[in-house]
Design a protein around this ligand. Structure first.
Ligand SMILES: [Fe+2]
Ligand SMILES: [Fe+2]
Length: 291
């Protein structure tokens, strides 16, 4: 995939990143906060790998190996973002913040006994994964476009290219399933459900653990509504409308809608409005909550 004129191939390592180009004068604190949170979410991939392997336990070695490889790449995204955050903020330690995040974030579907997708079917699971990869690929493209810090620009470009490949992998896996195809409305429901998922505080809790030190946790306890809002605010400083449109077009393709059709245009407008509402940037938005 080409991002900003540079071709980033699969299989890069942390040694391929030009860390020596790090420019502290171009680091923005609010971006550091967002990157720390993203690092924790990405670094949590092994739990998703175990869950997906249970859901696809009969899918054969090619699919299971692809899931394993996918998880390795997601963990590496966490390491790359974490290393950049440690450079930008020497007080941040990826391993320490991740340990607190992992101790407090345990969604039910990560329970070792869960073998059926929480989306109802393997096809549903793949639609939800495609939605997440659409989101991450557009998010890291937006980070690449918005930061002037050279190392973060490079890392975000590399990760965005990986996320786009993940989307393709899950899109192909979706179409390989021997389950009957889902009706359009059901595919749409799974996709919209994943986009708007509100009972999942993964990002909000990651933002908290990444940006509140262990020493400050007692005086600044986790408040989900507040951290959900500030995490969305950070996202909305990064996203531009064109990134959201691209996200929705990728999701439209997965549910079988025309990527440039009216549904996609409407979906883009609604998602943009929803994110602005969540971030408190719309007049009728959520009342800001105290920290
Ligand atoms: Fe990732
Ligand atoms: Fe990904």
């Amino acid at each position: 995939m080409t991002t900003g004129g540079t071709v980033y191939k699969q299989g890069w390592t942390l040694d391929d990143v030009q860390w020596s180009k790090f420019d502290r004068s171009r680091v923005e604190p609010w971006m550091v906060a967002a990157i720390k949170a993203a690092a924790l979410v990405e670094f949590n991939a092994p739990d998703y790998v175990r869950y997906l392997k249970r859901v696809f336990k009969d899918a054969g070695p090619v699919t299971l190996d692809a899931i394993e490889q996918w998880g390795c790449e997601e963990s590496q995204h966490g390491r790359a973002l974490g290393r950049w955050a440690e450079l930008a903020d020497p007080d941040f330690k990826l391993d320490e913040a991740f340990a607190r995040f992992r101790a407090g974030y345990k969604p039910a579907h990560f329970a070792e006994t869960e073998t059926i997708s929480i989306r109802g079917s393997r096809r549903g699971e793949m639609i939800a994964r495609c939605v997440v990869e659409s989101g991450t690929s557009s998010y890291y493209t937006a980070i690449k476009d918005s930061t002037e810090e050279p190392v973060l620009k490079e890392i975000a470009g590399r990760i965005a290219a990986d996320e786009f490949r993940h989307y393709k992998l899950f899109y192909e896996t979706l179409n390989e399933q021997d389950e009957p195809d889902l009706p359009f409305w059901k595919k749409l429901m799974v996709a919209v459900g994943r986009v708007t998922e509100s009972d999942d505080d993964e990002l909000a809790y990651a933002y908290y653990c990444a940006n509140v030190s262990a020493a400050d946790m007692a005086t600044k306890p986790y408040k989900r509504a507040y951290y959900s809002q500030v995490a969305t605010q950070a996202g909305m400083r990064i996203y531009r409308r064109n990134h959201i449109n691209k996200l929705v077009q990728m999701v439209a393709k997965v549910v079988g809608a025309e990527p440039h059709g009216w549904l996609s245009t409407l979906g883009g407008a609604l998602l943009w409005r929803m994110l602005r509402l969540r971030s408190g940037r719309e007049p009728s938005a959520i009342t800001p909550v105290a920290a």
